[in-house]
Design a protein around this ligand. Structure first.
Ligand code: SIN
Length: 528
């Protein structure tokens, strides 16, 4: 099959959630030519779309200092104070200037036309802007509309990045390995034609999101399988804090439903957690009860489930009406979704369980979005800027994606990469080589391998960990990875196969990081 070499790109962006789309818009506005990739046929299908609660804005009686303190209290000692300050100082301002004024995101307003704020756990004031209970969807749709209006951005849907190109690994020049490591683009599968293109770019921005789907239960979208972290690791980028994987305390429990989020804002507005028999329990675990940091609420729910032998606990919304809030009006998306499964949340409590939600660690990214490899930036959930420390503060992730998109693009514009050097380094990069065998893969193998990865991660690398479980997880995942790599090498490439290879690698990175860190902190909880 003919090779496909794509040149003339200034910035290649992998992933089109809030971080990727924002960076694309900001770069295009600076006159840069952008290629924006997503492996999904529907570009809105990403984790941003499923964020319900909101995004941190300005609260009444709020201040940068208060926000920094809240971020650090949630994130613990691992939280980087400089990164927390950058987010708190730049975030809410950028949210107004970019998302509201430029992109036109419609956040909910009160009857006086002021932006409405909601409350979420571990925040000291009401400061979360929201668009009803589908904030991420509203943001994503507005961003994509803007993306499509800008001629400088080429949007490639159903395009899966396979590997980052580093001359040190890929060049035919045997001396290339001695040069400073740098990324010069990516090999990309066009799912429609089955062809693999070589996308060259002096700058690659990873904005590929998280990896919640490597766990059995997750609030994440289908594509959250760790592609970015795995690709970056193979290219030699530094990965940090991978053990800090956050579990959301409340996702809908139903035999026939995928876990979907029951926003933290529901507790923020007064809902209470109880056992199946209606006994409240959160006060026994933390003085702030339902509004304690997320890691504590998730663990408390799990302990209650284990103690009582129950598959779920209940989220009782009765208090909302007492506070003058109609759940159907305030949370229409959750109301509708539960109703599809026969549950009317205006009358009955919601059965909930914790689920894997957010990757706090990831590809090391500095205060300009730069990774440890030249030419490679990482922003949004795939990155680790240090803001989230060991436990992310609710509604900070969309804001982080936005702020680091700005920092990365500003840095790229201020210090553009040398074109000549780049041209030299791509001279000897070969086209993608098709595997010899080109065998199709039995989907049953992919299904079973995913089941193994997901149950291993959920049971051994989940909410509560110990060294025996982690050793077992690492051993099992290493074995699986060897087998997957063996058939990956001979098989016809598909998006599913690429995802499986990345999923097992990311699972291993997380399990190994958890095993290496014997200290319980935030969402890395060890109980030997
Ligand atoms: C939620 O609405 O509970 C999710 C918000 C977040 O994860 O920041």
């Amino acid at each position: 099959m003919n090779s496909l070499r794509i040149n003339g790109i200034d910035v290649l962006i992998i992933g089109c959630g809030v971080a990727g789309c924002s960076a694309a818009i900001m770069a295009a506005e600076q006159g840069l030519s952008v290629a924006l990739l997503t492996n999904s046929p529907e570009p809105e299908e990403c984790n941003t779309r499923y964020a319900q609660g909101g995004i941190i804005g300005y609260g009444e009686d709020d201040s940068t200092e208060k926000l920094v303190r809240d971020i650090q209290n949630a994130g613990g000692p691992v939280c980087d104070p400089n990164a927390a300050r950058i987010l708190a100082e730049a975030g809410p301002k950028l949210l107004h200037e970019f998302l509201i004024d430029k992109v036109g995101v419609n956040f909910s307003k009160d009857e006086k036309g002021r932006l409405e704020t909601t409350f979420e756990a571990a925040h000291s004031v009401r400061r979360i802007y929201h668009a009803s209970d589908a904030t991420g969807r509203e943001i994503e749709i507005a961003l994509l509309k803007k993306v499509r209006s800008l001629p400088g951005i080429r949007l490639f849907t159903s395009h899966t990045a396979i590997d980052l190109i580093t001359p040190n690994h890929h060049s035919k020049d045997p001396l290339a390995r001695y040069k400073k490591p740098r990324v010069v683009g990516a090999y990309v599968l066009d799912q429609g034609s089955g062809r693999v293109g070589t996308f060259f770019s002096p700058i690659t921005i990873l904005a590929s999101g998280g990896a919640g789907r490597i766990f059995l239960h997750s609030s994440n979208c289908k594509g959250a399988r760790g592609d970015g972290m795995a690709m970056a690791a193979r290219a030699g980028a530094r990965i940090i804090n991978a053990e800090f994987f956050q579990f959301h305390p409340t996702t809908f429990y139903h035999r026939d439903a995928n876990r979907f989020l029951i926003s933290e804002a529901v507790r923020g507005e007064g809902a209470k957690l109880t056992t199946i028999s209606g006994k409240p329990f959160m006060k026994e675990y933390h003085p702030d009860a339902e509004l304690a940091p997320r890691d504590i609420v998730a663990r408390s729910i799990q302990e209650e489930m284990i103690k009582n032998g129950h598959d779920y606990v209940l989220l009782d919304l009765e208090n909302l009406s007492k506070n003058g809030i109609d759940p159907k009006e305030r949370f229409p998306n959750i109301y509708q979704k539960c109703l599809e499964y026969g549950l009317d949340i205006t009358r009955e409590p919601i059965p909930v369980v914790p689920a894997a939600h957010y990757q706090c660690g990831g590809v090391y990214s500095d205060n300009a979005g730069r990774t440890s490899l030249d030419g490679l930036y990482a922003i949004g959930e795939v990155s680790c800027t240090g803001v989230h420390g060991a436990n992310r503060l609710a509604s900070s992730s969309l804001l982080e994606g936005l702020v680091w998109a700005r920092l990365a693009v500003d840095g790229i514009v201020e210090n553009p990469p040398g074109k000549e050097k780049f041209e030299k380094r791509i001279l000897n990069i070969p086209d993608w080589k098709e595997p010899d065998g080109n065998a199709g893969i039995d989907p049953a193998l992919i299904f079973q391998d995913w089941l193994n990865i997901r149950s291993t991660m959920w049971n051994y690398v989940g909410i509560s960990r110990n060294s025996k479980r982690l050793i077992r997880a690492v051993n099992d995942l290493e074995y699986l990875q060897r087998r997957i790599e063996r058939f990956y090498k001979d098989a016809k490439l598909t998006d599913d196969l690429i995802g499986l290879r990345n999923g097992v690698q990311t699972a291993l990175i997380i399990a190994r990081a958890a095993l290496m860190n014997p200290m319980s902190t935030g969402c890395h909880f060890i109980k030997n």
